[in-house]
Design a protein. Structure first.
Length: 566
């Protein structure tokens, strides 16, 4: 807010206080000394000023939205901030700045604005009862992972409109994502009662019923959706969830058939067909070709150790290999600070391209750098960690957890040769099956996981890169097997804590209790709210006859990582 705005604000408060004190009537002489009656002077001009201010705000918001439509987010932010100079609690302006910051990877700062906007919307909707705005902001907060704020908005919407299926479904979604299943079920059932034919409401209720063991009810709901025979994302999702139900009912061939049905529908969706399926393979090929031993050892720990930065640790591996389970266990330790899925390394690669002038080839970009540029990248990384997670992330051992960072292991080790790597392993066959059954958000990194052959091809490429890199990287690494975690939890994590330089902490065995009421970004959010279980080990055997088509891509890794060939 500018000094001029502050002055006007203070003056308006002074005038308001005087009016209240003197109880000035509309026909009294105006306090400003004009000689006119109050109704013909300041009362009139005040209303005109308010009208002019309203017009100004409308114009500023219009300019901001035009800038957004052009993709000029910096200009949009300037217009939104001008609105806030006039009206500090304008929800649209607060939300506009918040969204802009979040999209620019400044999520922590962006969420501060979005939360302010959400509170303001709650106040306004309490008067006008426009729950559509509440639900819009609820969706925004869900998108950015603030399910605490999203839950409050959904609860407000339900209080104002208990018969709204959209409000009830939003409430169910919020409760579901923070593992409050009983409350989620109550809201989801209400939504389905109000809108019994809606696929989205029924899919959510089926998922919740499956988690509670009501498999026949879930199967019935999902089957009715699949019988619509639409080529649509909800029908594909219904087939995926139906496969999970059939798996639990031990109807494995039927489950795999449902997975193939989901895959077929996904391949027909326009939003899927637009994604570049070769993107991830191109990135992996460039990294394998460019990260030779000379580059991986170009800068040593001794070269970089005088910058007094913390020593990072990275947790990654192929998707569905146990990274979320390990992150939850580590997060329960008081001396460790873990991130959920994040884009810190992706941002670091963008900064590398900016300072090197080389795009779309990380090894070549690093070759163009000198040691001062590497120091800059190291500082940039820790600056972003602090911006996203605050000082506590710097005062403990920070664990950067992002499964897809496995593709950038060479880059990370080159920048941080002193780092510790935890590489999550799981039987390749279980990994592929689990990936094929997951409802991943479609992106260039996950589009290949929508087909059986695609899963195996991506696994082969990623793990081949890891085998290539692990021989030459400077970072210390530990391959952490999922099977060891579930079969001998304490011994496994004692070793992990030794690697990370912290003492054993017995309370980590209760990690699952921490997951209750906490948002977890990955599809494993429900599984990690339970104690350790062994039923996911060697799950692939139930589908053995379907693996013939992809075993040629997997056999090398089954052997390399010491898994049973039979």
């Amino acid at each position: 807010m500018s000094n001029i705005a502050f002055t006007a604000f203070d003056q308006s408060m002074t005038n308001s206080d005087a009016l209240e004190k003197n109880k000035m009537g509309r026909n009294d002489p105006c306090h400003c000394g004009s000689g006119k009656k109050y109704k013909a002077c300041c009362a009139k001009h005040g209303a005109e000023a308010q009208q002019a201010k309203s017009i100004d705000i409308g114009g500023l918001l219009h300019n901001a939205n035009l800038a957004v439509s052009r993709g000029d987010f910096d200009s949009a932010e300037l217009w939104f901030r001008k609105v806030l100079e006039i009206k500090p609690n304008n929800a649209e302006a607060l939300a506009g700045i918040g969204q802009k910051l979040c999209w620019q990877k400044k999520r922590r700062a962006g969420l501060t604005y979005l939360r302010q906007a959400a509170k303001q919307v709650e106040k306004e909707v309490a008067k006008n009862r426009d729950i559509a705005r509440l639900l819009e902001f609820c969706g925004q907060m869900q998108h950015w992972g603030d399910f605490e704020a999203a839950l409050k908005l959904a609860q407000s919407a339900v209080r104002l409109a208990p018969q709204s299926p959209a409000a009830q479904n939003a409430l169910a979604m919020c409760f579901s994502r923070i593992n409050r299943v009983d409350e989620a079920l109550q809201a989801s059932r209400k939504a389905c009662q109000l809108l019994p034919e809606d696929p989205g409401c029924n899919i959510l209720l089926a998922i919740l019923d499956t988690r509670q063991g009501r498999l026949d009810e879930a199967r019935g709901r999902l089957t009715r959706i699949t019988e619509l025979n639409h080529v649509s994302a909800p029908v594909a999702r219904a087939y995926l969830e139906l496969a999970t139900v059939l798996d639990k009912q031990k109807q494995y061939d039927a489950a795999f058939m449902a997975l193939n049905q989901a895959s077929t529908i996904h391949q027909s969706l326009p939003e899927i067909s637009k994604l570049n399926k070769n993107h991830i393979f191109d990135c992996i090929a460039k990294n394998k070709a460019g990260f030779d031993k000379a580059l991986l050892t170009r800068w040593s720990v001794q070269d970089l150790q005088d910058d007094n930065l913390p020593v990072p640790a990275f947790l990654f591996g192929f998707l569905r290999s146990g990274t979320t389970l390990t992150e939850q266990v580590l997060a329960a330790h008081p001396d460790l600070f873990t991130s959920d899925e994040n884009e810190l390394i992706f941002e670091l690669t963008k900064e590398l391209a900016k300072i090197s002038g080389v795009s779309n080839n990380i090894p070549e970009a690093l070759q163009a750098c000198g040691i001062e540029q590497i120091r800059h990248l190291r500082r940039f990384y820790w600056q972003r960690v602090e911006e996203e997670y605050g000082k506590p992330a710097l005062n403990k051992r920070f664990i950067d957890k992002a499964a897809l960072n496995s593709i950038d292991a060479g880059f990370i080790s080159t920048i941080f040769p002193e780092a510790k790597f935890l590489f999550a392993l799981r039987d390749p066959r279980d990994v592929c099956l689990s990936c094929f059954m997951q409802p991943f958000s479609a992106s260039p990194a996950t589009v290949n996981l929508l087909t059986w052959q695609g899963v195996a091809s991506q696994y082969e490429a990623v793990m081949d890169l890891w085998l290539h890199l692990r021989e030459s990287i400077q970072a210390d690494y530990l391959e952490l097997r999922y099977e060891d975690t579930v079969n001998d939890f304490e011994s496994t994590y004692r070793h992990v804590f030794d690697v990370l330089g912290v003492d054993w902490y017995p309370e980590v065995t209760e990690f699952h209790q921490r997951a209750q009421g906490r948002f977890i970004a990955t599809p494993s959010f429900a599984a990690v709210s339970q104690p350790i279980y062994k039923s996911a080990v060697a799950r692939w055997r139930r589908y053995g006859n379907h693996f013939d088509a992809i075993l040629p891509k997997l056999n090398r890794f089954i052997e390399a990582f010491g898994y049973d060939q039979e």
